[in-house]
Design a protein around this ligand. Structure first.
Ligand code: URA
Length: 253
């Protein structure tokens, strides 16, 4: 078969599909001159490759035709664990939690802070990760927040309207539930949905309206909810319907 009969695909897409990097990271690797096609460094985004081309990313070889087995896991992240594949300070990572049972090289989809618990997806599917975390897809994330005192309606309205943080305006949040509880101390439990992913966004939003939070848990990510059968630190594979729902959310099926 000559080259015309072969399917050409964008270099960054092939790299993302291989699971080596998200599409955004693949673009950066290309621009930084860390990608070779058939032995030549390629720095142009959108370069097309064919099935038989040999791609090397920082020395790791990929063939575009390589059929990768994608795996998808839902972890109930505990507090005190970092969302990263490795940590220079040698703190426990989310990958350490799954390493003994998962042989594929997987990555977290987005991040939760060291002190945040709850639903975290892990996968080697670079394209799905790219779409689930890119702001343009506006994937909704819901958090359960606990704070001291009874939160005022005025503060809740500010969260709903959107507010100014040091790195810009937040989009309007949805407040799904508010419980004000008096058990000795006064506490409020709030369920809030946002679709952005600024650093420590939920904590900073509540601080900005005068209510620092002491407990933060992600209870939903797009169409998926936290699995109450999983104790903190436990994980399970997603089933086919869950993977399909995630892909549907970002236009992949
Ligand atoms: N917002 C935060 O403040 N922290 C998280 O971990 C996630 C969202």
């Amino acid at each position: 078969m000559n080259d015309l009969g072969k399917q050409l695909e964008r270099l960054q897409k092939v790299i993302a599909r291989s699971g080596i990097a998200s599409r955004r990271h693949a673009e950066k690797l290309i621009i930084d001159g860390l990608v070779k096609v058939n032995g030549q460094v390629v720095t142009e985004l959108g370069t097309k490759v064919k099935d038989t081309d040999l791609i090397e990313v920082e020395g790791r070889k990929i063939f575009p035709s390589e059929k990768k087995r994608f795996v998808y896991y839902l972890l109930n992240k505990p507090e005190g664990v970092i969302t990263s594949a490795s940590d220079p300070e040698r703190r426990m990572t989310v990958i350490d939690l799954v390493r003994s049972k998962v042989k594929e090289r997987i990555f977290p989809v987005g991040r939760l802070d060291f002190d945040t618990r709850g639903l975290l997806l892990l996968t080697n599917d670079g394209e799905l990760t790219y779409r689930l975390t890119h702001p343009s897809y506006q994937v909704e994330k819901t958090y359960r927040v606990i704070l001291n005192g009874f939160i005022s309606d005025q503060a809740l309205n500010k969260l709903k309207d959107g507010l100014i943080l040091k790195d810009g305006l937040t989009s309007p949040a949805k407040i799904l539930q508010v419980k004000r509880i008096k058990k000795g101390d006064c506490l409020s439990i709030v369920e809030i949905t946002i679709h952005e992913g600024k650093n420590r966004q939920v904590r900073r939003m509540f601080e900005a309206v005068g209510y620092p939070i002491f407990y933060l848990e992600r209870i939903a990510f797009g169409p998926l909810r936290i699995d109450n059968k999983l104790k903190p630190g436990e994980f399970r594979p997603l089933n086919t319907a869950e993977v399909k729902a995630l892909k549907r959310e970002v236009g992949l099926v």
